[in-house]
Design a protein around this ligand. Structure first.
Ligand code: ADP
Length: 679
């Protein structure tokens, strides 16, 4: 076994590889870009070397630098992860030429499978079933058109050098062919520098089923069963599971054996995946082979109880496969959900930002790349490359984590996934958690009525129109707001805040304070009336009694009428104007409008806090000479039948109070003299 390896990747896969290496006593060297100096993968490896600027071209794709680092640090082998250099035949060969072991297949196998067209020709010879189509070298436009006509529409155009769904075009009829071909070629050239295309019969309602294979350098090759990756958006996987629902034993064997034949045809060594597209009747065709460890390999690990990275290291260091085909057993059901920083409502647009708050379903925080937790019959595993406080940058893939569950059967695995997603909390950027929750709960997924068009076909269920915000959510946000005001005023002085002090102080009982939240662009007012021991809330002509029972950091327990509501409320955005509320397993984002606080803010430079409209002072929360923190409530005004809090625009000193309770103030009147903290 190696004593030290270099991991030529970043994010979750670098962390995941490091976790196995550590368990096996193999030292790890991380490489990182300038943007990743504080990244988790750097922290979890034994050594780390910066290899260049943020852009992948200048760092993670610099084969020469990576090999130089491996040699300089004494690493004997390089694990490429997935993406980046993992399927680059020149890199695999360069490693070998430098006297290093490439933890992956030989360059020749990568090369053979690198072109979808060439791979198909090879597979044809190995008698692996192919989708009817044309994958020849002659790329004459008229010939391609004729071939498409012959295959019969709809057909699918693919970039031969393609990956990640790029270049793919569905052509519905002969008249559309020319335009689709031109657009496929344009994308193929810009993405892969190669405009060779192939034409395939476009299957309607197909399933994506892939087989994990493993080969050693002694000519042995086994299959580790299948994964169903049919749930995709824009031809990219969102949910993966193993085994494939409804897979009969004999078809599993047939697909497994076809995959092994595919691997053997190219002299494969190491972990690989043979992707098939399958009709609903079970007939299946070779699509391509991915010559690396896949993103979704954990579901295979969960149903086989094996560690595929361990197998990779063993095979690469010259050992034989640890198990023979008849020793491999499939047990239970595993599902993986890819948690992305993206906005499903905006066409899955990636979202960048800092993970300001991150809570996962795993009870204990984990620093290593891959962590599991077993409770009863179910296992929850998270493979993640980021921690709270880390950023999702525009430079790399916006994946936050992979959430994997295992249970004795699919029904229980679904329940475990539902549970786990409900506990995931992400604040600071948009995530697909809510979308994943809907997907998992959707009828087609729950009943395993799977095909690659599931998301598009069930668009209306998966993207429902916005529902009015629940009173429990508004109450939690209100409680958090009031509690924050109390904390701020406690910090600034000992004067009690009539709005949050529940010790029995009672303001004019007719007076109410109006808070305005914004839900999905809609102004959502809630009136708050102080009551002994709590508040009375009015929202949508409904009254509810609320009291804050407990607060622990961001976690709140309130009583709302007769029920107890628990939730987490995180103030997002620098000015606290966004509330992220997690309750009942769901996240709601609310804006909070505090017009006077904002008006005061812009005036604060001159040390003046002025009234933006005529009104009456109803509470003075500070005294002359008080030192206050930014955001601390200073005065409450009533104007236009609404209450407004005037908050400190910054840390500072209350020099002079110019009004007292009951005073009328004119628009633009200076309310108090305030000096900003110079320190
Ligand atoms: P890429 O390498 O770009 O990811 P693949 O060949 O692996 O492309 O195909 C990606 C996805 O596109 C598949 O999982 C499937 O959803 C869809 N697809 C590919 N070929 C076909 C086909 N012939 N008919 C219908 N859908 C297809």
């Amino acid at each position: 076994m190696f004593t030290k390896i270099l991991i030529a990747n970043r994010g979750e896969i670098a962390c995941r590889v490091a976790a196995t290496a550590r368990r096996m006593g193999v030292k790890t060297v991380a490489v990182y870009s300038e943007a990743d100096a504080r990244a988790k993968h750097v922290a979890v490896c034994d050594e780390a070397v910066c290899i260049g600027p943020a852009s992948a071209k200048e760092s993670y794709l610099r084969a020469d630098k990576i090999i130089a680092v491996a040699l300089a640090t004494g690493a004997q082998a390089i694990h490429p992860g997935y993406g980046f250099l993992s399927e680059n035949a020149q890199f695999a060969q360069a490693c070998v030429d430098a006297g290093l072991v490439f933890i992956g297949p030989p360059a020749s196998a990568i090369q053979a499978m690198g072109s979808k067209s060439a791979a198909k020709s090879l597979m044809e010879k190995a008698e692996v079933p192919l989708v009817p189509g044309y994958h020849g070298d002659d790329q004459d436009a008229d010939l391609l058109h004729q071939q498409a006509d012959k295959i019969a529409y709809p057909v699918l155009l693919k970039a031969s050098a393609g990956g990640g769904g790029k270049g793919m075009r569905i052509v519905e009829n002969s008249a559309d062919f020319k335009a689709a071909l031109a657009s496929c070629k344009r994308e193929a050239i810009s993405s892969f520098g190669d405009d060779k295309v192939l034409v395939e019969k476009y299957l309607t309602r197909p399933r994506h089923i892939e087989i994990q294979v493993f080969a050693d350098s002694f000519g042995e090759c086994v299959y580790l069963f299948e994964r169903d990756c049919s749930v995709q958006r824009r031809h990219q996987k969102v949910l993966e599971e193993a085994p494939a629902p409804g897979m009969p034993e004999e078809r599993r064997k047939a697909m497994g054996e076809a995959a092994v034949a595919a691997a053997k045809a190219v002299g494969y060594v190491g972990a690989g995946t043979v992707e098939f597209i399958a009709n609903q009747d079970g007939s299946f065709y070779f699509m391509e082979m991915n010559t690396r460890l896949q993103v979704e390999h954990p579901v295979t690990e969960m149903i086989t109880g094996l560690d595929l990275v361990e197998w990779q290291l063993r095979v690469a260091s010259g050992e034989a496969l640890p198990l023979k085909q008849d020793q491999l057993k499939l047990s239970g059901h595993a599902i993986e959900a890819r948690i992305y920083a993206e906005n499903p409502n905006k066409g899955f647009l990636p979202s960048i930002g800092t993970l300001r708050h991150l809570r996962t379903p795993l009870a204990r925080e984990f620093e290593i790349g891959s962590a599991t937790q077993q409770s009863g019959d179910t296992i929850v595993r998270i493979d993640s490359g980021v921690r709270e406080g880390d950023a999702i940058s525009p430079f790399y893939d916006p994946m936050i984590a992979k959430l994997i569950v295992w249970a004795p059967d699919r029904r229980q695995a679904l329940a475990a996934m539902t549970n786990a997603l409900a506990q995931y909390q992400i604040v600071g950027l948009a995530s697909n958690i809510t979308f994943l929750q809907r997907l998992i709960a959707s009828k087609p997924f729950a009943t395993a009525d799977l095909d690659t068009g599931l998301i598009e076909r069930h668009h209306d269920t998966l993207f429902p129109s916005a529902q009015p915000v629940d009173i429990a959510v508004l109450a939690l946000a209100t409680a958090a707001l009031l509690a924050a005001e109390r904390t701020a005023s406690d910090a600034s002085d000992r004067h009690s805040n009539p709005w949050t002090d529940t010790s029995g102080w009672r303001l004019n009982s007719n007076l109410q304070r109006q808070l305005t939240f914004v839900d999905d662009g809609k102004s959502t007012p809630i009136a708050v009336m102080y009551q002994s021991g709590g508040w009375l809330l009015e929202h949508a002509q409904h009254f509810s009694r609320m009291a804050l029972l407990q607060q622990n950091g961001n976690d709140y327990t309130i009583s709302l009428e007769d029920r107890e509501v628990r939730g987490t409320v995180v103030r997002d955005a620098a000015d606290g104007s966004l509330f992220q509320i997690f309750t009942g397993g769901h996240q709601t984002t609310l804006g909070y409008v505090d017009p006077l606080a904002h008006a005061g803010e812009s005036e604060a430079e001159g040390g003046r806090l002025t009234a933006p409209m005529p009104g009456k002072i109803v509470a003075v929360l500070v005294a002359q000479g008080d030192k206050v923190k930014k955001g601390a409530p200073l005065l409450i005004m009533e104007a236009m039948k609404m209450e407004h809090t005037i908050a400190a625009p910054a840390d500072g000193l209350v020099e002079e109070l110019l009004y007292t309770v009951g005073d009328q103030v004119a628009e633009a009147a200076q309310l108090l003299a305030f000096t900003l903290d110079a320190s």
